[in-house]
Write a protein that binds this ligand. Sequence first.
Ligand SMILES: [Zn+2]
Length: 150
Amino acid sequence: MGDCFICNKHAGSIQSSGVMIYEDDYVYVGHIDRNGKPNYLGHIMIDLKRHTPTLGDMTVEEAQAFGVIMARVSKALIESEKAEHIYSLVSGNSVPHLHMHIVARYPNTPEEYWGPMEVYDWEEAPTGDNNAVIELCTRIKTYLENHAHE
Ligand SMILES: [Zn+2]
C-alpha cells in the first residue's frame, strides 16, 4: 500500500501536523493536517492501523480498540480542552483507509455552525499553527496517560 497517505503516515515516511497522540497494535491517533492552512484545534483522527476501507471490515479486536479510544479521546477533549460536544464522522471518499474524524465543538459556537464540518465556518473558531497543534496533542496524550483506566 505504498501510495496510501495513512499507511505512509503510520510508517513515519511523511510528516503531518502535531505529534502522535496515541498508538497501539490496532489504532493510531493524531491531529488532522491541513497542509499549512490554519488548523481547527481539536479535529482528531483515529486511524485503524490495518489498511481496510470501512467500519464493517474491522475484526472484533480492532472494533474494541477503536471504540475504546474513540470514547477516551472524546472525554479528553471535553475534560482537557473544554469542548462541550464531540462530533464524529467516517467518510473515506478521499482515502480508502478506515479513519474516523473526531471534532470538538466549543462553548458559544453559534447554532448555525453546529456540525462536524460546519464548525470550521465559524469566524471565531479556535484555530492555531503547528505549535498550537503540538501543544494540544501533548495535552491530550498526557490526559490519556493520566487516565489510563477510564
Ligand atoms: Zn492505508
